[in-house]
Design a protein around this ligand. Structure first.
Ligand code: FAD
Length: 374
């Protein structure tokens, strides 16, 4: 059986970033992907926003890795020619009752090291965005948008330049951990096995399921997977805004916000719909046209001028949640040998937003967890 230094499972933005980081540190690295292309999962079903890091509890992995990852990502986009725009974002309170929450988020942003956000009064908001209705807001100048597919291609390119490889149509079906390496059972048309000293489970929505078929990993380290679908609607008219516009965050998401893609097309979403598929393979990603009514009501709170019938169902993504509906929000879980005691194994759970922004920082963190100290 072939033995290599490192296998990363999943060619989403996280798996590719980790594969690149391992290959660049001189390890013979293979990224295995179940489907026939990179980035067909959550990494191509999101808002493509480079988040500033204002929302997450100070000291959390989400806060630290978002702020660190944002700086790394802007630098990476510059050096690798990945399309991005630092367009800035407005987080808005649409009534007086939300102002306390806004002030709390502003304080949290400062505690997270986001030192460029600026409180704005209603008149200042109107001057920036005349169509916006809000009583107060927070300008986040370091929020931006990115071509997520361009990012993944650049990560793959770097990984391959460093000697790493990608194998598509290679679903990992089980892992058997051992003291002299971990054996991965790979299905597909020509099932095979491979042994690796380092295994990183970056399987996104599938990560808990894969941990569940990892022999040698104690069951208490396998979380229960929960899923929260978020649907998007495209704006069929021109968006009268130049910033991204976010309402106050809600329980399991950031609220139905306006993002702009790099071509200037406006889209709204994602909302929050808890779903319970038997497996991620059973997820129905279609957008229910009936949800448009709820979207219009949400959007008109901050954009009363939204024209009738201007929303068209676009696409959806599913957040890999670690909490059940109604439970407190959970942090990313980057689980390495220090947590589960299995040398060379890392499981990445709950990598929802801001995972895209934090991808390069997560990769560095994972390398620190699994690379043997010299
Ligand atoms: C609605 C929504 C909006 C979001 N918006 C933003 C945003 O604006 N900004 C931001 O920073 N983040 C955002 N995120 C979060 C971000 O998209 C994710 O954190 C990130 O894409 C996760 O990447 P991943 O590589 O972990 O997962 P994925 O992209 O899902 O990749 C996992 C890969 O593993 C593969 N795989 C699974 N099982 C196996 C197996 N057994 N063998 C081989 N391969 C396997 C899958 O096919 C898939 O390709 C958003 C997320 C959602 C859902």
């Amino acid at each position: 059986m072939d033995t290599i230094d490192a296998v990363v499972i999943g060619a989403g933005v996280i798996g590719l970033a980790v594969g690149r980081a391992l290959a660049q540190r001189g390890l013979e690295t293979l990224v295995l992907e179940r489907f026939d292309a990179i980035g067909t999962g959550t990494s191509s079903r999101n808002s493509e926003v480079i988040h500033a890091g204002i929302y997450y509890p100070p000291g959390s992995l989400k806060a630290r890795l978002c702020v660190q990852g944002k700086a790394q990502l802007y630098a990476f986009c510059e050096s690798h020619g990945v399309d991005y725009r630092r367009c800035g974002k407005l987080l808005v309170a649409t009534n007086e009752a939300q102002c306390g929450k806004l002030a709390q988020i502003a304080a949290q942003a400062r505690a997270n090291g986001v030192d460029d956000s600026k409180p704005l009064a209603a008149a200042q908001l109107r001057a920036l965005e005349p169509e916006l209705r809000a009583v107060a807001g927070l300008l986040s100048p370091s929020t931006g948008i990115i071509d997520s597919h361009g990012l993944m291609l650049a990560l793959q390119g770097d990984m391959e330049a460093a000697g790493g490889a990608l194998a598509v149509l290679s679903p990992v079906e089980a892992i058997v951990c051992g003291t002299d390496g971990h054996v991965l059972q790979i299905g597909g048309e020509t099932p095979t096995e491979i042994r690796a000293r380092i295994v990183v489970n970056g399987a996104g929505l599938w990560a808990p399921g894969l941990a569940g078929v990892t022999a040698g990993l104690a069951p208490q380290h396998v979380p229960t997977a929960h899923y929260a679908k978020g649907s998007y609607y495209a704006l069929t008219t021109r968006a009268p805004f130049s910033h991204l516009i976010y309402p106050m965050p809600e329980d399991a998401g950031l609220g139905v916000h306006l993002t702009l893609d790099l071509a200037g097309q406006g889209r709204f979403g994602p909302d929050v719909e808890w779903i319970a598929p038997a497996s991620p393979a059973d997820i129905d990603y279609r957008v229910d046209p009936a949800r448009a009514v709820g979207f219009e009501a949400e959007i008109r709170r901050y954009w009363p001028g939204l024209p009738e019938g201007a929303l068209a169902p676009a696409y959806s993504g599913v957040r890999p949640k670690l909490q059940a509906p109604g439970e407190p929000a959970r942090d990313f879980v980057l689980q390495g040998p220090a947590e589960h005691g299995v040398r060379g194994l890392a499981n990445l759970f709950g990598i929802e937003s801001p995972g895209l922004t934090a991808s390069l920082a997560i990769a560095d963190e994972v390398v620190g967890m699994v690379m043997p100290r010299r």
